[in-house]
Design a binder for this molecule. Sequence first.
Ligand code: ZN
Length: 87
Amino acid sequence: MKSTSYNYGECEICNATMQEKLIKQDFWIRDELIIIEDIPAGVCPQCGEKVVKAEVGRWVTELINNSERIAKAPRVSVPTIKFEILI
Ligand SMILES: [Zn+2]
């Protein structure tokens, strides 16, 4: 998806001007971790706060509900560790 140069306005937290970036977002869907890459979002250069347009949010919902697409998606393995108190 190409950059839309949408104006994300200012960060609600620190008032810095939001910049458009392609972000990676992870979702837990029915005990499965799903990562969506290249989501266009406004990112605060100061605190890292992220906002997505309503339209983009709708497409994200669409994608994570598309079980056929998820089934065909490439798998990556992620490090999984158990909580432990290390002394
Ligand atoms: Zn901020």
